[in-house]
Design a protein. Sequence first.
Length: 169
Amino acid sequence: MTTKNRRLALPVLLAVVALVASCTVFQNDGTSQPNPTVCDGVSSELGGCTANRHSFTSDTCQDLAREWGTVLNEGVVAVLRGPAEVAGQARSVLLKQVVVITTVDLNARLDELGLRNTCTLQAFMATAEPVFSAELRGGVGDAMYDGLPPATYEEWLADVQKTASIIED
């Protein structure tokens, strides 16, 4: 692991842990129940924290990249088409949740297959990115920081790559 990847790994890991922890509320009787206010607005196809998440079925890095790109595209487009805010969470937060949830689920599939650390981020993204729709490319920049300041598709893609870098760690 390079020094750059190590610096990125800790923040990504902390974000994932925080997301997972915030998605569960423990009751007094020791049982857990999804917290309905966290991950609202994230498509139930992606799972958010309260619904079934996408189960990746592909078996190779290249096929998983295409599947991940498709699932990510659907989730991002759903956020772009949805309201500007859901339960106090702006589109920028919802977009990040979609990326993190989708990537965590992908990473679980890579672990299951023993492919983690065998997929290179560069090749993975080269396969996944062409799946992204024109609607995603045209709208995600404005939603990334909720328009303050406006961002570009390339800035969003760079942020996505930082999150997706966990496949190499």
